[in-house]
Design a protein around this ligand. Structure first.
Ligand SMILES: NC(=O)c1ccc[n+]([C@@H]2O[C@H](COP(=O)([O-])OP(=O)(O)OC[C@H]3O[C@@H](n4cnc5c(N)ncnc54)[C@H](O)[C@@H]3O)[C@@H](O)[C@H]2O)c1
Length: 287
């Protein structure tokens, strides 16, 4: 069987960790060349070495329009064009609600979680027009659909706006043969959870293994999402199998958008804090 992404070139933001990494691995396996755009340089260099010739790393902070433009240019210069732009990168906003959010919290969160989508689309358009078509994949979150206490207001609102941006962009770019779809993940055990409780990146990377119980209780399915669950969705949306699919939302969430089991906020905080402590102890023992 022919590889599903043979001949395609992709930019994957956030591609050194979690779901983004799962997507990069599957994209390469399916025959794509990939520019990984992320801020974690040592992980990017390791990924480039692991997939020599198929992956190029671009140090790209998605808050910077210049960095975004550079990652798109790299796809054209290194691999000859751009077919897929898959924007996975994000960091969690400060855990604040309407009563205590500050202007700085709000602006920082929107720069990462919403504005970056606009400028990644903007800079993908000319490259995709040169190619004659393209697929843009944005990332929202189930948390913007079924609310849960403690989710930061800036995160929920930005992820909701991404859904709307996806619909607008699908309408606006259909005439150019560019498709835009949004993936809506549910619970995935990745490093992003560490950042919600102020863990350092090294500690955050070790936390997921201590959160299995909480994550398994998060949705109707008795397990949490795996990067490969998301990667299959991103492969479908990036491939020609979805050539007539645009303006959709694809939930990959074990039923979370149908029903959110009532988890006590204190149960969640306790699990996150315990996982952080265990990860810190492990790291200290290694050093
Ligand atoms: N993990 C979950 O349960 C969950 C649930 C719903 C939605 N999501 C969304 O899924 C996507 C993937 O998240 P993940 O769980 O794989 O997270 P992750 O923390 O494992 O990966 C996020 C990546 O984004 C990169 N990144 C962060 N800030 C950046 C910046 N300013 N510029 C460039 N890169 C930056 C990080 O270095 C990291 O590689 C995100 O959009 C997230 O909001 C995650």
């Amino acid at each position: 069987m022919q590889a599903r992404l043979k001949g395609k070139v992709a930019v994957v933001t956030g591609g050194v960790s979690g779901m983004g990494l799962g997507i990069v691995e599957m994209y390469v396996r399916e025959g794509a060349k990939v520019v990984v755009a992320d801020i974690q340089e040592s992980k990017g260099a390791a990924l480039e070495a692991r997939f020599r010739g198929d992956v190029k790393f671009c140090r790209c902070d998605i808050r910077s329009e210049d960095d975004i433009a550079r990652s798109i240019s790299m796809a054209e210069e290194e691999f000859g064009g751009l077919d897929i732009m898959c924007h996975v990168a994000a960091s969690p906003a400060a855990r604040k609600g309407l009563a205590d959010v500050t202007i700085e919290d709000w602006d920082d969160a929107q720069a990462v979680l919403l504005r970056s989508h606009v400028f990644l689309i903007k800079h993908s358009i000319p490259a995709m027009k040169r190619r004659g078509n393209g697929s843009i994949i944005l990332f929202s979150s189930a948390s913007c659909k079924t609310f849960k206490a403690q989710t930061p207001v800036a995160y929920v609102v930005a992820k909701g706006a991404v859904l709307h941006l996806g619909r607008w962009a699908a309408f606006d770019l259909a005439k150019d043969n560019i498709r835009v779809n949004v993936i809506v993940p549910g619970m995935y055990l990745t490093s992003i959870w560490g950042a919600t409780v102020g863990a350092s990146p090294a500690v955050a990377d070790l936390m997921p293994q201590h959160l299995h119980e909480m994550a398994s209780n998060w949705q109707p399915f008795p397990r949490y999402g795996r990067p490969s669950d998301i990667a299959y969705a991103a492969t479908y949306l990036g491939s020609d199998e979805s050539a007539f699919v645009t303006g959709t939302e694809l939930a990959v969430d074990g039923g979370l958008s149908v029903h959110r089991p009532p988890l006590d906020p204190e149960y969640i905080t306790e699990h996150l804090q315990n996982a952080k402590k265990m990860a810190e102890d492990e790291l200290a023992a290694e050093e």
